[in-house]
Design a protein around this ligand. Structure first.
Ligand code: ADP
Ligand code: MG
Ligand code: MG
Length: 889
């Protein structure tokens, strides 16, 4: 018999079981099982009490969409097999009329998207099995409570019935039975409610609530897949920059019942405080409740610390599990649990989201506790989250005098001052218009994401430490005060009442996310310091990193601040800002209007002392550290007024005719100013500008030396595209340095490096030639990106949002370096540059110098340093260490 030639490839497994019988998913990745699925399998295999179930892979979700929104063939067979194993293990039967098995159907992607996708609980209940459940548990109230929840969730998630209809019916029943809380409605009331829910279901769908449990299951699985692509889920992934996932997994898990009475309950907790990092079990629980009741704020939950009073054994067990989980994951966990008749079940664990401050403290504590080493600790802290520690806080003095209106929960630390916005849309609009706003809501929901993101702070009047507002705000490091119950919000009237006073939308309040205080007016804030654990992390970072970190600064104040944050010099000192101040702009304009070299020189001579003074200040603040000064860069028209009125004023000031000003402005007009007469091209045309600037630098350096301040200036010539340009200007600069030294009668050492910015693709392509005239390169990746892509940096927002939305570009290339394109020019610039000049010093001074992903790239291509804004210096130090650790030192 002929052998089959083509071996049929084994079909990919679509369903993984977790339970006592077997745990199949242990070694399968998060990308396939989703975070929730993988961790359920994990927890099962390390012996924690987890209700057994199955996980349908994310690949199935991808196939569902690929196949035109159809469940792939064979899926339901595998699900049937899984359910059969579950039935055997639990000795219950799905849809049974004696002892029915009920399941939850839960979403869960590889990256957690809290509250974004759907979950259905108590699935498998029907008119018949609800009676069976009531009999089997001898608890009719519970059985019908489970059933009403199912009809509600299924109606909402699968059939998209507006939840309000169910809520109205529930409110009416509560009234009828005189119940103030959900769990006070007696059994007969819940029986009645289920009938009403079924009627609502029929009214809005035209169908009866499905009485076949398998049909329920199939529809629910499909609904979870659909929830992957709802607008809010898509928007969430956009905001969070989550890309490249297959889809969501679906977990079908046997139910644990927290709603069977006073010996039952459900809760959520963090193994450590996610706001401060303190090593203390932190969370909330609710007796006789199920699922989302805790987070939804149905009743006020109790802190977990109170649990020992209610059930000591369970509390102790929970504390043990907390330690087991931390030892296993070696990180803080965010958990969900349910207690059914005194028996504890774990329903979820994931790495806990935390504030930047908590991340730092937890990393340091865990090193001390021996859980992780320094390198792991450094990798644990998202470098960008350090921004939160660098945020201002309210000054103690100003707080003493502040009028505290009320105190809510300190949900997410920070200090925020802003006017009041009452809807997410309003917050977005007003923030776009440049206003600082606090988003004030009763409670936020996933629909408010955009508004929360734009607001400087969030204030809610209900909800606890684990409410939506609190969790999301902490994730972003946005300041949030939650559950400030005394704040009465009148959303329509755009005002709030608190402390007996009314504040309208234009009034300013200050909120302190570390204490929960809500204060009147604008309370003064102060800048942070590097101390304690933060300083320790920075010290570790400095031990591991090989990249230098400099700053972009052009004032003594910024220089000092950057130095306090650990900057090792200035990588970019822009000189144009120095020409804008009141007394200088006039001389600058005089220079631009000058028609002869002589007049130009006269105007420049007036600017020279100002420049020199500025440099003395900066060199002094940065003593013993290099300061790269960039010569004048922008096109001259940027210094001239463009409206007729201002032109007239300028003419008067300079004693020339308005027509002359107008004509000079017109003459300077360029169609493409960014590609125009700027950078080194200015010095080619007007060498006297270069002369003045270099003279000021040298005179300042000499003055510093005389004051025993070791100034270390470096002269950087911008926008060079050819070696010849640089050769010419370098010679000019050298000549000027010599001349100035002589004029000053200075005989000492003065080692001033001369280098260039690499920001024109041609300079990178010919870097070996350019390097012959440069002692250093600094990659100006803003312009380099602009010119490599051909995107005008100033106008790019007209189309860039579409490019990222459609994933034509993975991210905004002006924020994170395009490593595969622009990065190649950087790499070539370094390699070729060092061929032209051995040991050429190379750095980066574009915006990218403060972006962790770009810093990683800079490390791999062998740059000597990155330079970024003062507030990003600590971030860059950490990111540089992470790059060194990740790539092997
Ligand atoms: P989310 O991803 O939005 O947190 P979950 O899938 O975790 O949604 O479920 C929502 C709520 O239902 C959670 O509180 C969870 O603990 C609870 N829940 C889910 N599955 C079960 C189950 N099998 N038994 C009891 N409670 C469950
Ligand atoms: Mg959950
Ligand atoms: Mg530039």
């Amino acid at each position: 018999m002929a052998k089959k030639t083509a071996k049929k490839s084994k079909p990919t497994k679509m369903v993984y079981y977790f339970g006592k019988t077997k745990t199949e998913g242990k070694n399968v990745g998060k990308d396939i099982l989703g975070g929730k699925g993988l961790n359920l399998a994990d927890m099962t295999s390390i012996g924690l009490p987890v209700p057994p179930g199955i996980t349908i892979t994310t690949q199935v979700c991808a196939d569902y969409y690929k196949g035109g929104k159809k469940l792939p063939k064979g899926l339901m067979d595998e699900v049937h097999d899984g359910v059969a194993t579950l039935e055997k293990e639990l000795k219950k039967k799905f849809g049974d009329n004696k002892n029915p098995l009920l399941v939850s159907v839960r979403s869960g992607a590889a990256v957690s998207m809290p509250g974004m996708m759907n979950t259905i609980l108590n699935l498998g209940l029907t008119d018949e099995s609800v009676v069976a459940l009531a009999n089997a548990t001898n608890n009719q109230r519970f059985a019908y409570d489970a059933y009403r929840r199912l009809i509600d969730m299924f109606g909402d998630v699968v059939m998209e019935i507006d939840r309000e209809h169910f809520e109205h019916a529930f409110t009416a029943i509560k009234k009828k039975y005189n119940a103030s809380q959900d769990n006070e409605v007696p059994a007969e009331g819940l029986v009645e409610l289920c009938n009403e829910y079924k009627a609502i279901y029929k009214k809005y769908t035209g169908e009866d609530f499905p009485q076949d449990p398998m049909k329920q299951l199939e529809l629910a699985i499909e609904a979870v897949f659909k929830s992957w692509n709802t607008t809010r889920a898509v928007r969430y992934r956009e905001v969070e920059g989550i890309r490249g996932l297959l889809g969501t997994a679906v977990n079908v898990q046997s139910m644990a019942y927290g709603n069977m009475g006073q010996d039952c309950g459900t809760g959520v907790a963090f193994t450590r405080n996610p706001s401060t990092g303190e090593n203390k079990f932190y969370g909330e629980f609710l007796i006789d409740a199920q699922g989302e009741d805790v987070v939804a704020g149905i009743r006020t939950p109790q802190p977990v610390a109170e649990m020992s009073k209610w059930n000591r054994t369970v509390y102790k067990q929970l504390l043990e599990i907390k330690d087991t989980l931390e030892a296993h994951y070696k990180d803080v966990q965010d958990i969900e649990f349910t207690i059914e008749k005194g028996e504890l079940f774990m329903l979820q664990t994931r790495n806990g989201k935390r504030t930047g401050a908590a991340a730092v403290k937890i990393a340091c504590d865990m090193v001390k506790e021996g859980l992780i080493d320094e390198q792991t600790a450094l990798l644990r802290i998202p470098a960008n989250d350090l921004t939160q520690l660098l945020l201002p806080s309210f000054t103690p003095e100003s707080k003493k005098n502040a009028k505290v209106l009320t105190i809510g929960l300190p949900a997410s630390p920070g200090a925020a001052v802003g006017a009041l916005a009452f809807t997410a849309e309003e917050a977005v609009e007003r923030s776009h218009a440049g206003e600082k706003v606090l988003l004030v809501r009763k409670e936020t929901s996933p629909e408010d994401i955009d508004g929360m993101h734009s607001a400087v702070g969030i204030l809610t009047s209900t909800g606890g430490m684990t409410s939506h507002a609190a969790v999301v705000a902490r994730g972003w490091g946005r300041c949030c005060v939650a559950g400030a119950g005394e704040v009465e919000i009148d959303q329509k009237g755009r005002k709030i009442k608190v402390g007996g006073k009314t504040y309208k939308h234009s009034d300013i309040l200050s909120i302190d996310g570390s204490t929960g205080q809500v204060m009147e007016g604008s309370v003064e804030t102060s800048e942070p310091k590097l101390s304690g654990d933060f300083a320790k992390v920075m010290k570790w970072a400095d031990e591991y990193r090989t990249l230098g970190v400099r700053t972009n600064a052009d004032t003594p104040k910024d220089s000092q601040r950057a130095r306090d944050f650990g900057a090792e010099g200035i990588g970019l000192c822009r000189t144009e800002h120095m020409f804008f101040e009141e007394d200088r702009i006039t001389s600058m304009r005089e220079m631009i209007l000058a028609e002869t070299e002589e007049d130009r020189r006269a105007a420049l001579a007036k600017l020279l002392p100002f420049q020199r003074e500025d440099f003395v200040g900066i060199f002094t603040a940065m003593k013993n550290l290099p300061v790269t000064v960039r010569l004048l860069d922008p096109p001259l028209h940027e210094f001239l007024p463009h409206d007729p009125k201002a032109q007239k004023e300028m003419a008067e000031m300079l004693g020339v005719s308005p027509a002359k000003v107008k004509s000079r402005v017109a003459a300077l007009h360029e169609a493409n100013p960014m590609l125009g007469h700027r950078g080194c091209r200015l010095s080619v045309t007007y060498p006297e500008i270069l002369e003045m600037q270099v003279t000021a630098i040298v005179e300042a350096a000499i003055e510093c030396k005389k004051n025993r301040v070791n100034a270390m200036p470096e002269i950087m010539i911008p926008l060079v595209g050819t070696a010849a340009e640089l050769a010419l200007l370098r010679a000019k600069a050298e000549e000027t340095i010599e001349k100035t030294k002589q004029d000053q009668g200075y005989k000492g050492e003065l080692d001033i490096l001369i280098g260039t910015m690499i920001e024109i693709p041609r300079a990178a392509l010919t870097a070996n030639e350019v390097a012959e005239h440069a002692e250093f390169f600094s990659f100006g990746t803003n312009d380099l990106t602009q010119m490599t892509f051909g995107y005008s940096r100033d106008d790019v927002n007209t189309f860039l949002p579409d490019y990222t939305r459609l994933e034509i570009l993975p991210t905004d290339p002006f924020q994170s370096l395009d490593t595969s394109g622009v990065g190649q020019l950087v790499e070539m610039g370094v390699t070729k540059g060092r061929k032209g000049r051995k040991g050429l010093k190379c750095g980066i001074c574009g915006e990218h110098g403060g972006d962790p992903a770009s810093i990683n790239f800079c490390h791999t291509v062998g740059l000597d340093y990155v330079s970024c804004s003062p507030f990003r210096v600590p971030i860059a130090r950490l990111a540089a260490a992470q790059a060194a650790i990740r790539n092997g030192k």
